[in-house]
Design a protein around this ligand. Structure first.
Ligand SMILES: *Cc1c(COP(=O)(O)O)cnc(C)c1O
Length: 361
């Protein structure tokens, strides 16, 4: 029975319609007599799926023709390395905005590949806010600025992105891409592992401004070279065909649901109800993120004592809620409410939270 109340942070819930369609087509894809997983990645049938996934991304996010869309492997974590390897030259500095553990990891990989600097950090308050006020000392030698749009672990999210005229802006959007409308033109490179909001693990989506491709040096390993992936339409080697197929189904589902504007509306509704439950609890539930930095994708909170937090998590688990434990690096509770998590599941959780509080407060 498919009855899990799944609030996993990633891999995470998928739309039931997507799973049904994948199931229906699993043994015989479009009359080929084969599963999608058994098709050649050079076949027209597979090729059109990859092309449709690209076109749907273009449509849903209004991606202008100045951008190329790549489907890569190695997760968002490999992008931490690929970005500096391709975009940072020896006489330049890469600037990182540290807003959480994923940003730190990206920064640490960049350090191995050239000169780096921290542009801002919110580590002083355990990453409970989004940094602001940035000043770049030497704009001429800046290779790019890197930020993490949604901090999956701490539950903070950018509302307005900074702009650095003439310096490329790179964003890790692994946990909020397609959750809301964004202006792609503000960015030069965007990347996201698919397993949170876009589909299943195995494929990483990269939007890269074509003018940046010339920075990729021929001495790079081919698999780590954006230009090579671009020249080969993400078919330099065998792509993760099944993951790209699921991505395609998720994109089609978003489109049928009304696009990112509709997703954004639903996501605001889900997040608002949860934050209201926290705010009206008179300090029983304590939100981690500062109000103006709150994420609509990952809602993080604690209870007054560690003991009470554990009691809450245990009872939630017994009730059937999955994935409410905070990330192993910070503990507490985290509710991940990506696009595919229905409002009805959030409402069941809110009732449970209110009930738990009434019993003990
Ligand atoms: C999950 C996550 C990552 C890591 O993704 P992998 O695909 O596992 O490498 C990186 N950045 C953010 C913001 C994430 O949420």
């Amino acid at each position: 029975m498919r009855n899990a109340l799944n609030f996993n942070a990633g891999p995470s819930a998928l739309p039931i319609d997507v799973l049904r369609e994948a199931q229906q087509n699993l043994l015989d894809f479009n009359g080929t007599g084969m599963s999608i997983m058994e098709l050649s990645h050079r076949s027209d049938v597979y090729g059109s799926i990859q092309q449709d996934a690209k076109s749907l991304l273009q449509k849903l996010l209004d991606i202008p023709p100045e951008f190329d869309i790549l489907f890569l492997q190695g997760g968002a974590s490999l992008q931490f390395s690929m970005i500096p390897m391709n975009l940072l030259s020896p006489n330049q500095t890469a600037y990182y905005i540290l807003s959480g553990v994923w940003a730190e990891k990206a920064f640490n990989e960049a350090k191995k590949n050239g000169k780096t600097a921290i542009l801002a950090s919110s580590k002083d308050k355990n990453y409970n806010y989004i940094p602001s006020n940035f000043s770049i000392p030497d704009k001429n030698s800046a290779a790019f600025v890197h930020l993490t749009s949604n901090n999956t672990i701490y539950g903070t999210e950018w509302r307005n992105y900074p702009s650095f005229p003439s310096i490329p802006l790179v964003a890790d959007m692994s946990s909020d891409l397609l959750s809301k409308k964004i202006d792609i033109n503000q960015f030069d490179l965007i990347y996201a592992g698919a397993q949170k909001n876009l589909g299943t693990a195995g494929v990483t989506v990269v939007f890269i401004r074509k003018s940046l491709l010339e920075r990729s040096k021929a001495t790079l390993p081919a698999m780590l070279n954006y230009q090579i992936h671009s020249q080969n339409q993400s078919l330099y080697n065998t792509p993760p065909t099944f993951s790209i197929y699921i991505l395609y189904l998720v994109l089609k589902w978003i489109d049928q649901m009304g696009g990112v504007n509709e997703m954004e509306k639903l996501n605001i509704e889900k997040a608002t109800t949860l934050y209201e439950t926290i705010d009206k609890s008179n300090g029983f539930f304590i939100g981690h993120a500062e109000n103006n930095s709150r994420s609509r994708m990952n809602v993080t909170f604690n209870l007054v004592t560690e003991e009470l937090t554990q009691k809450f998590l245990q009872e939630a688990l017994d009730y059937g809620f999955i994935g409410l434990n905070g990330h192993r690096s910070i503990g507490g509770c985290r509710v991940s409410i990506y696009n595919a998590v229905p409002l009805s599941h959030v409402q069941i959780l809110i009732n449970f939270m209110d009930e738990f509080r009434r019993k003990l407060q």
